[in-house]
Ligand binder design. Structure first.
Ligand code: KG4
Ligand code: ZN
Length: 313
């Protein structure tokens, strides 16, 4: 079964066709990141206008020479204007082509990047979703069966990278900029909540610490990666042990970070660790198609609507 996926929750406009949830036929992503870099962040209204312009060309490119049996679209969480572009386009296509329409939660979508290179992680899995807007630790008992374990009480991990990069004048988006600048030095940053016996996180204090730390941008960037990675790995490992996980899954844009990937592979080596290929960590529509295949619940197009604050359960 081939599914056309559509994703517009943040500043990307993406479409992809995936077969049986695992085989990527096409995967097209247009980003307005360059435009946002000029302003040092996303301006929602400008993002949505760009997405309106690129939505159909991106779908056309992704569906060239391909057939598909259903349409999947991200309905939330995300920016309302951006989400509407994808959702209304998907509804129009489902209506005119008479194809089933499958609404997808963006956070659940991210997780399915782990199924896209032909692997099939065992359940129960402890999943860490780390993106620009979210830091969530969840227990995945099966496809579509999630138990939320904890999350950030303030800023998301990616948000901490983005805000810190701005403070350090390293540019936007912050995660890749921090990664590129990082070089070992002598500064120390805190590891927020690392010893607390819960599965929650807090990253806003870390950004403040970055502001108040004396030192070069490169060494602060290095230490920031270390601090974020250490907290994330420690709590994920603790959850995996507590819940008897058979695998640990990483997902979201921050999972593209090489330091974080290395640390997870090393520190969690007593578990089977899955991390998507770097290209599939950041927003794309291939994982939306995959999530729709494994959680195939079509809805009449009239009933499908955006939900900007949708959560994972
Ligand atoms: O998942 P994503 O593409 O969009 C959201 O759903 O938010 O994640 C974007 C986030 C941004 O905060 C960006 O700075 C971060 O992922 N990011 C990274 C890296 N690449 C992207 N953070 C650390 N290292 C990276 N290489
Ligand atoms: Zn995302």
């Amino acid at each position: 079964m081939k599914i056309l996926g559509i994703e517009t929750s943040c500043d990307e406009t993406a479409a992809a066709i995936v077969e049986d949830g695992t085989k990527i036929m096409t995967n097209v992503v247009a980003s307005s990141q360059e435009m946002h870099a000029k302003f040092g962040g996303i301006i929602p209204d400008k993002a949505a206008r760009e997405q309106l312009k690129s939505m159909l060309p991106v779908i056309e490119e992704a569906s060239q020479g391909q057939s598909f049996d259903a349409i999947a679209v991200t309905v939330g969480p995300g920016l309302v204007g951006s989400l509407l572009v994808g959702v209304e386009t998907a509804k129009a296509l489902a209506y005119s082509l008479k194809k089933p329409l499958i609404p997808v939660n963006h956070l659940i979508g991210h997780i399915y990047a782990n199924w896209l290179d032909g692997k099939a992680p065992d359940f129960p899995a402890v999943v860490l979703i780390v993106s620009g807007g979210h830091t969530e630790l969840v227990l995945m008992k099966n496809h579509g069966k999630f138990q939320w374990l904890g999350g950030t009480r303030d800023d998301a991990a990616g948000e901490c990278f983005d805000k810190s990069a701005r403070i350090l004048n390293l540019g936007y988006p912050g995660g890749p900029a921090i990664e590129k600048a990082a070089s070992e030095g002598n500064v120390h940053l805190p590891r927020p909540m690392i010893n607390e016996k819960n599965f929650d996180f807090s990253f806003s204090g870390l950004k403040t610490a970055v502001k108040n730390t004396q030192g070069g941008a490169s060494e602060i960037a290095y230490e920031l990666q270390q601090a974020v990675a250490e907290v994330l790995v420690t709590k994920t490992l603790r959850a995996a042990e507590k819940f008897g996980a058979k695998s640990i899954l990483l997902a979201g844009g921050v999972a593209a970070n090489k330091r974080l990937r290395e640390k997870f592979m090393l520190d969690c080596r007593s578990f089977k660790v899955y991390i998507p290929p770097i290209k599939l960590c950041t927003d794309n529509a291939a994982y939306i198609s995959s999530a729709a295949y494994f959680n195939n619940k079509p809805q009449g197009w009239k009933k499908v609507d955006v939900d900007p604050s949708l959560d994972i359960t």
